[in-house]
Design a protein around this ligand. Structure first.
Ligand SMILES: [Zn+2]
Length: 131
């Protein structure tokens, strides 16, 4: 446990924030199990390298990590995050938009709607019933 006098770099802050956003969405859909969390960590490690090569991409890491985790989950578990908007038809996953850009959002291409910002999926799926 070293206190460390280094200030936290903007890159680390961006990575930390991105990690928290993706974890929040995993929790929202109740898939934040230990091995899933380690998928997030793996992605953070890779994106740290990526963003060190291209610091201007710091704003993009949340969307990229969300997509990395989505791909990893698809191989191991299945689709994530499931669309909370379409009540009928085949279950399908949301997509991140933009694929490479700031302020990533989950969108349903089937319904053509923006569901939630990455990190805010819990608010979209939080079970508040329409009145
Ligand atoms: Zn949908």
């Amino acid at each position: 446990m070293s206190a460390g006098s280094d200030p936290v770099s903007p890159l680390e802050q961006a990575l930390h924030a991105a990690r928290a956003l993706v974890l929040a969405d995993l929790v929202a859909q109740e898939v934040a199990e230990a091995d899933v969390v380690s998928m997030v960590e793996d992605s953070v490690v890779q994106r740290r390298w990526w963003v060190e090569q291209w610091p201007d991409g710091a704003a993009y890491v949340a969307g990229l990590i969300a997509q990395d985790v989505q791909d990893a989950l698809l191989e191991r578990y299945g689709r994530w995050p499931l669309c909370p908007v379409c009540g009928t038809g085949d279950p399908h996953a949301l997509d991140v938009e933009p694929e490479l850009g700031p302020d990533p959002r989950w969108v349903c291409h089937k319904a053509g709607v923006r569901v939630a910002a990455v990190g805010a999926l819990g608010a979209a799926t939080g079970g508040s019933s329409p009145s």
